[in-house]
Design a protein around this ligand. Structure first.
Ligand code: 5GP
Ligand code: ZN
Length: 138
């Protein structure tokens, strides 16, 4: 099967500007940053999205991502940062290999998560919360 672009980056077949690497994960600069320093963190194994991570890899993945984020903050002196993981085409996931965006933010940088909001009808919030809750695997 043909490897996806992030599998190839993980194996070094495609060059990337790496900032942190261990046996399982890699953090590198996004080629089209929303601000300079925008990082992508990937598992070296191909997991399609957030749901495909084995549970025991999630903690190490986020601990690794936090290390990369701390280094990014010191380096860029950013005022804040966003974490984002797009899952599925409807959520703007273009590369089908799970990745966490770490986006440095600067006051007044002009980027906005400016999403329009919806309104719940009376009682709908609680009904929906109960339905979701009933599907949570114990
Ligand atoms: P998505 O929309 O799937 O969440 O984001 C994919 C990200 O991967 C985009 O921000 C895009 O700029 C980045 N990207 C795609 N191809 C490459 C590449 O070959 N190298 C690097 N460094 N980043 C890439
Ligand atoms: Zn892959």
């Amino acid at each position: 099967m043909e490897e996806c672009i992030f599998c190839r980056i993980a194996k070094g077949g495609i060059p990337s500007s790496k900032v942190l690497e261990d046996e399982n994960f890699l953090a590198f600069l996004d080629i089209n940053p929303i601000n300079k320093g925008h990082l992508l963190v990937i598992p070296k194994k191909h997991y399609g999205c957030f749901l495909d991570f084995p549970q025991d890899q999630l903690g190490p993945f986020f601990a690794f991502s936090q290390k990369a984020a701390k280094a990014l903050i010191v380096t860029t002196k950013c005022d804040g940062f966003n974490l984002a993981m797009n899952n599925g085409r409807a959520a703007a996931q273009l590369v089908p290999h799970a990745h966490l965006h770490i986006m440095p933010r600067f006051t007044g940088d002009g980027f906005a998560f400016d999403w329009p909001t919806k309104k719940y009808e009376e009682g709908e919030m609680d009904r929906l919360a109960k339905r979701i809750s009933s599907y949570v695997k114990k």
